[in-house]
Design a protein around this ligand. Structure first.
Ligand code: AMP
Length: 559
């Protein structure tokens, strides 16, 4: 029997916020954690990312926040996270859920100016989400005072230990008030996690949540994808795939030492922190690379098989085969370096058209599916860049300290619509952040026909009228586009859209123009006079089992 958010004891204000966000029912980790945390109990929870763990601790803690304004530099809740990205994500979640309660949250991490963080802390916030090193720095400067803490959350505790934050965590917990609530979330329950729990948690409720199995069966620990690409475009394709995947740490395998050096240099030029590992290095050099890598200051390691031997780094999120490995055994060995300790890993293989068969051999021998994906288009890259800009703007809003700019907005708003002002500012921020935009599409080699065992995602074979384009196109005369908020990541295929338009809007499929499916959304070109009808019909129905966000595609209107 699944209970609702209200059944778990959450207040109507929070329940309303969740409904507005489209959360229909609590996930298992939320069902198991929220009642305990609302009671003020400690919890020890084993739950991976993607299970809804953030809301599991954010919601009850928001509800338990004191109703008073926060005191300067004295938050009521401190959440520790391993990385800057997670700190921002978690702060954003607190902000989203707690807005109606007036809860103030700030993310605090290394690399950002102290002065700005200090200003926000002094003004007073209810919730601080911090990386351990930076939290400790602020405590030492007396700009973060833990004496008013009601609760501490250790999020992704195993990851924090992997990153070498054990001492910082210890020092922070020692400095927190003895009477407080503590929640520890971790993907694994290694002995060193149990040790922290024994020492710092009081009679915790234990929560164990397996990652939900997908409909197709058990979720693979390593997502395996291949791209088929002409040799001349391999480096460009790799760069683009990396930009889209934004790995925390990628290990890229090359065949030769020269290839390692050349690739390391060209990825370095793309703005990544890259280290090469090859047989010609001394043990000292190698250890230095390892140390920097473990400290989190490396994005990409480029190595030969030999140089990577004995490499044991838990944080590797992506293994990339720049060439198809010689044997299936080598492939299995390589991809085993990611997806450690219950976390999901990603394995990406670049194959030249003539190597396509080798992929099939690997699939057969490993009995695992390697999905052949379409190369990212310019549209995919742009969308990703827009996502980054969006995240940067959210971070800036959360960090506060915007008063000196508010004046400009106010004076502009006498003459312009606020929406236009904001849009123009976003455009400028985006251009400043992203610099030159890539324009050239990569050439997608024709693949041989789909064979059993090798699936071709988005291969354009999903229906007689499939016209998924390779990238953004100009609109045809008299046609407008509609936006549907699901894309390739949601398994949306051209045939789903054509089917929905034909069935729900009672349109002839011949009237549909081009269809573009990118990772997170789709665009369908339709005769202008039919757009409103199709939008109305789509809003009244479900596509792919889900109510979709459907609207006119304004972003590309002037394009
Ligand atoms: P997390 O495991 O905290 O990283 O959350 C994974 C994703 O699930 C986030 O995008 C949340 O916004 C979303 N989410 C969390 N709880 C729910 C829920 N009860 N219903 C729908 N989405 C949820």
């Amino acid at each position: 029997m699944i209970s609702s958010f209200a059944d778990l004891g959450l207040s109507p204000v929070l329940v309303e916020a969740l409904t507005a966000l489209g959360y229909e029912e609590p996930t298992p980790v939320q069902q198991a954690s929220i009642p305990h945390l609302l009671e003020g109990r400690d919890i020890l929870a084993q739950a991976a990312t993607g299970t809804g763990k953030t809301a599991a601790f954010a919601l009850p803690l928001l509800q338990r926040l004191p109703k008073t304004a926060p005191e300067p530099s004295k938050p009521a809740v401190l959440v520790l996270t391993p990385t800057r990205e997670l700190a921002v994500q978690v702060a954003e979640a607190f902000h989203r859920y707690g807005r109606a309660l007036g809860a103030l949250t700030v993310p605090i991490y290394g690399g950002q100016e102290f002065s700005q963080q200090i200003r926000v802390l002094r003004r007073g916030v209810h919730v601080v989400v911090a990386t351990p090193g930076r939290a400790l720095d602020h405590m030492r400067r007396n700009t973060l005072d833990l004496s008013g803490l009601m609760a501490v959350v250790l999020d992704e505790a195993d990851e924090m230990l992997d990153m070498g934050f054990a001492d910082e965590i210890e020092a922070i917990l020692e400095a927190a008030p003895e009477v407080r609530q503590t929640a520890l979330f971790s993907a694994t329950m290694a002995p060193r996690i149990a040790k922290i729990a024994n020492k710092h948690l009081r009679d915790p409720a234990r929560v164990l949540v397996e990652r939900e199995a997908t409909a197709a069966g058990e979720m693979p620990k390593v997502r395996q994808t291949a791209y088929v690409v002409a040799r001349a475009q391999k480096v460009a394709a790799l760069g683009r795939v990396l930009d889209l995947e934004s790995p925390t740490l990628a290990l890229i395998f090359c065949r030769t030492r020269n290839e390692v050096d050349a690739l390391a240099e060209s990825l370095g030029g793309r703005g990544y922190q890259v280290q090469a590992l090859h047989g010609g290095m001394t043990q000292d050099q190698r250890e230095r690379v390892m140390k920097r890598t473990r400290a989190g200051s490396v994005d990409i390691l480029v190595a030969t098989d030999v140089a990577a031997r004995g490499l044991d780094i838990e944080q590797i999120t992506h293994v990339v085969n720049f060439n198809v490995p010689e044997s299936p055994a080598a492939y299995v060995h390589r991809i085993g370096r990611t997806g450690r300790a219950g976390r999901e890993g990603v394995a990406i293989t670049f194959a030249e058209p003539r190597e396509h068969r080798m992929l099939k051999n690997i699939e057969q021998l490993t009995r695992q599916k390697v999905e052949v994906a379409r190369l990212p288009t310019v549209l995919d890259v742009r969308n990703k860049q827009l996502e980054v800009t969006r995240a940067t703007i959210t971070e800036t809003i959360l960090a506060g300290d915007l008063d000196s700019y508010r004046v400009i907005v106010e004076s502009l708003s006498d003459e312009h619509d606020i929406m236009d002002i904001a849009t123009a500012a976003v455009k400028l921020a985006h251009q400043a952040e992203m610099g030159a935009v890539e324009e050239a599409e990569l050439e997608q080699p024709e693949l041989q026909r789909e064979r059993p065992g090798v699936s071709q995602r988005s291969s354009g074979s999903s229906g007689p009228r499939s016209r998924e384009s390779a990238g953004p196109r100009k609109r045809s005369v008299g046609m407008s586009r509609i936006y549907i908020g699901s894309g390739r990541k949601d398994n949306m295929r051209p045939a789903d859209l054509v089917g929905a338009i034909a069935n729900e809007a009672k349109l002839d499929a011949k009237q549909i123009g081009s269809i573009e499916i990118s990772d997170r959304f789709s665009l369908v070109e339709l005769p202008e006079e039919l757009v409103d009808d199709v939008i109305a019909a789509f809003r009244a129905t479900k596509i792919k089992g889900k109510r979709q966000t459907v609207r006119r595609d304004l972003a590309t209107k002037r394009g």
